[in-house]
Design a protein around this ligand. Structure first.
Ligand code: EPZ
Length: 436
């Protein structure tokens, strides 16, 4: 991608549906032997990959723009295919629904990724507490309940408020016998979105959004129609785009309450942000942003998925900032590419010291993961000169038509088919056979 920086942005950008809701709710559709109609589904490579996994399991899919019809009445395969799971960690979400519905499943152990080892021990231990026998061998997680038995409700305490573990266990518990308590549960909006979707299927769930979730199992669930929440991380990314280019920008289709920590930080850095309508936000940045410290925490703390984007903004702020990444063990790698653009950032373990500089200069950069790629785009928008970014497949995993949305706001950028080995490798993959 080629970005020519220094251009002011203006206008209103519509925010798409939340990636981290769509992925887990698509897995949740496996819980019900029925038809689900899902709306506000973002157009992302990760969503396409999850749809391919569902199709492999025997689910029929019809797509109409951002709406999907998922018919999970007949699941013909209980095992998720390795070659697809290895492409998309979130496909591990299938284990809870498949185990709860079929009584046995094999799902490949998701590998680590650029930002960390990403273990699933909390998911496994929770399923075992619910009576599942789980063997991990040859890279496969083989989970089953005793013949003729169902998962049993249990009291589960999570050592860490893991989003994925909370979601896996909540889904599994919807069809268990008896009541399940998940303590120290994750409180992210996407967890609440999943709970609301499962309740639409007929599940009995209370307490989602708090640190204790109570699920009373039911014998069977049914299809439903559901619209997912907007993507708070995409919204936060565009708020930072306004701040870093010192542009007044409006966002539509957002839920401001999901962005409290992000808005508070931007206001501390000197931006004015106000609600112009129930689901609209307007950012009016001051002159140069002021430095501020940042620590990522589980929701409602500052989201780790916004840390890279803020590092680009802090790189240009007046003063020095300390960024502490407490959620993932290797999620500061974007500092090196930002430094190639003239930033002054030093990293030791999970702490980055960011000394604000007056300007960044465009340079060739390589994206290392999804949010790092967003951070480099933001830096490119503010830098003097041209930035050329490769590793675009990271961006396509999690942002719905980001370049087009930025161009609609006046940004000067395009994706030329410059030689990008990763991109070429990706493009040789055929996209999933989604029935149109
Ligand atoms: C979800 O990942 C999101 N992904 C991530 O978004 C997000 O960064 C993360 O939650 C935190 O908010 C999806 O929802 C698809 P965790 P998840 O389990 O569920 C440790 C993005 O950019 N842990 O809350 O994997 C883990 O290693 C992506 O959109 C265990 O130790 O996150 C990490 O240090 C990146 N054992 C911490 O918990 C486990 O069994 C948080 O992980 C599970 C997690």
């Amino acid at each position: 991608m080629h970005i020519r920086g220094g251009v002011r942005l203006s206008g209103c950008v519509p925010i798409s549906g939340a990636k981290n809701s769509a992925l887990v709710i698509l897995a949740g559709a496996l819980l019900a032997p029925g038809v689900c109609r899902l709306h506000n589904i973002p157009s992302l490579v990760d969503v396409a990959c999850m749809l391919e996994i569902l199709a492999t399991l025997g689910v029929a899919i019809r797509r109409d723009g951002s709406s999907l019809e998922i018919d999970a009445r007949d699941i013909t395969l209980a095992d998720a295919p390795y070659e697809l799971v290895s492409q998309l960690r979130a496909s591990f979400f299938a284990i809870g629904p498949l185990l709860a519905r079929l009584g046995e499943t094999r799902v490949p152990l998701p590998g680590g990724c650029a930002i960390g080892a990403r273990p699933v021990d909390l998911h496994v231990r929770g399923l075992q507490a619910m009576g599942a026998e789980v063997q991990i061998e040859h890279g496969l997680v083989h989970a089953r309940v005793k013949k003729g038995k169902r998962l049993q409700g249990a009291r589960i305490y999570l050592d860490y408020p893991s989003v994925g573990a909370t979601e896996t266990l909540m889904m599994a518990a919807t069809l268990a016998e008896g009541e399940t308590l998940i303590e120290n549960a994750a409180r992210e909006p996407e967890v609440v979105d999943l709970a609301n979707f499962c309740r639409a299927l007929g599940a009995q769930i209370e307490g989602a959004g708090t640190n204790t979730i109570v699920i009373s199992g039911v014998p069977q669930l049914h299809g439903a129609e559901y619209s997912i929440i907007p993507d708070r991380i995409e919204a936060g990314t565009f708020l930072v785009a306004g701040a870093i280019t010192r542009s007044e920008l409006e966002l539509s289709c957002v839920v401001p309450e999901h962005l409290t920590a992000v808005i508070a930080k931007l206001q501390a850095m000197g931006a004015t942000i106000r609600s112009t309508a129930p689901n609209r936000l307007l950012i009016s940045p001051g002159e140069r942003s002021l430095a501020t410290d940042l620590e990522t925490l589980p929701y409602p703390g500052f989201p780790t998925d916004m840390q890279a984007q803020f590092m680009a903004l802090l790189a240009l702020a007046e003063g020095n900032s300390v960024v502490t990444e407490t959620v993932f063990e290797n999620r500061l790698r974007h500092f090196a590419e930002l430094n190639r653009m003239g930033a002054d950032i030093r990293v030791k373990n999970n702490i980055a010291i960011v000394r604000g500089v007056p300007f960044l200069s465009g340079a060739p950069v390589v994206a290392t993961d999804l949010r790092a790629s967003a951070s480099l785009v933001l830096a490119g928008l503010a830098a003097q000169g041209e930035t050329t970014m490769t590793g675009l497949h990271h961006l396509d995993r999690g942002y719905d038509r980001l370049e087009q949305k930025l161009r609609n706001l006046g940004a000067d950028l395009e994706r030329r088919n410059s030689y990008d080995p990763d991109l070429l490798a990706e493009s040789s993959e055929t996209l999933p056979p989604v029935l149109s």
